[in-house]
Design a protein around this ligand. Structure first.
Ligand code: HSE
Length: 319
């Protein structure tokens, strides 16, 4: 096989209180990623990672964000591809074409989707038989290009679908839990900064740590009980990411209250921001979308739902 075409879903990384350890895959939006091994691939085979050359990895971005960097070291797909070649100790020329259908830089896991799609696709094309945890670990390195930290929550959710939790960092071990139907309304907003991770305080009081852990415990329990209302309550509070990311969203606390008053079970900020998402029952979707449209008039509003499906191959005709 020389070519693979993939659909890589958006994810809500952190998903409430689980900073860097929880994520949720969405049905839409998603990106499409095509990976093509060069025809003369075998001639370029090398046996040592020292022979790796950026010139043998071509990245093309089309769709809604053509301004994304295409140099190997600045694109999450490029860094992930390099990491893949280092791990398998081999390297051949490859074209990576990313069709952006989701907004980038908005906390939707777009950079993770590119990295995840690249490693998933290369693993298939090379028949490398990497485990899911290995794919996630390699793809996480791609995130260095977007936020300077190799976090795994978005790539894990993108690969596996459903609700994922990182249960061990070293070695990386990820678990997927199947989810019930979770309607989600999202106001998509690009953050001003490239990354806001650096602003997150390094320490937290013991009382807050206890509360944060209880939100995480509640969320896992709520997902396993398939209790939508409790899932909403559990993602509604967070002491790590939300306070920092909220600073870039005008009137965030006031608007969050309005959305909750309209019946949402929980509201929070997706990933690194500045998109805001709400979990609600089906009957409240339209009211909540209306509030988001009025309060964030410049933003796109997406009505979506959580999905148990992660990355998947698509046929050329589906494109
Ligand atoms: N866990 C990551 C963060 C998600 O909070 O920075 C970024 O999408």
């Amino acid at each position: 096989m020389k070519e693979i075409l993939l659909r890589a879903p958006a994810t809500i990384g952190n998903f409430g209180p689980g900073f860097d350890i929880f994520s949720l895959a969405l049905e839409k939006p998603y990106d499409e990623i095509k990976i093509n091994l060069w025809e003369r691939a075998s001639a370029l085979d090398i046996s040592s990672p020292e022979g790796l050359s950026h010139e043998n990895i071509n990245i093309k971005v089309s769709g809604r964000d053509e301004g994304l960097p295409v140099s190997v070291k600045d694109n999450t797909a490029g860094v992930a591809a390099e990491e893949f070649f280092k791990r398998i100790n081999s390297h051949i020329g490859v074209d990576i074409e990313i069709k952006k259908l989701m907004a980038s830089g908005s906390g939707l896991g777009s950079s993770g989707a590119s990295a995840c799609g690249t490693v998933y696709g290369l693993n298939k094309l090379f028949g490398s038989n990497l485990s899911n945890d290995e794919i996630i670990d390699i793809a996480s390195k791609g995130e260095l290009a977007s936020g300077n930290v190799a976090h795994s929550d978005n790539v894990a959710g993108c690969l596996l679908g459903g609700f994922v939790l990182i249960k061990n960092f070293n070695p990386l071990e990820v678990v997927k839990i199947e989810i019930p139907d979770i309607p989600i309304v999202m106001s998509v907003m690009k953050k001003k900064e490239r990354t806001t991770r650096g602003q997150i305080p390094k320490t937290m009081s013991l009382d807050k740590v206890k509360e944060q852990m209880s939100y995480c415990a509640q969320l896992v329990y709520a997902i396993m009980s398939k209790d939508l209302e409790q899932i909403g309550r559990a993602i509604n509070d967070d002491y790590i990411s939300e306070p920092v990311r909220a600073k870039s969203i005008p009137k965030y606390r006031e608007i969050k209250k309005k959305i909750l008053d309209a019946g949402a079970y929980g509201v929070n900020i997706s990933g690194g921001g500045s998109s805001v998402f709400a979990i609600c029952k089906k009957e409240n979707i339209d009211d909540i979308a209306e509030i988001m449209k009025n309060e964030f008039p410049a933003n796109e509003v997406i009505i979506t739902r959580a999905s148990n499906e992660g990355i998947r191959e698509i046929a050329q005709e589906e494109r």
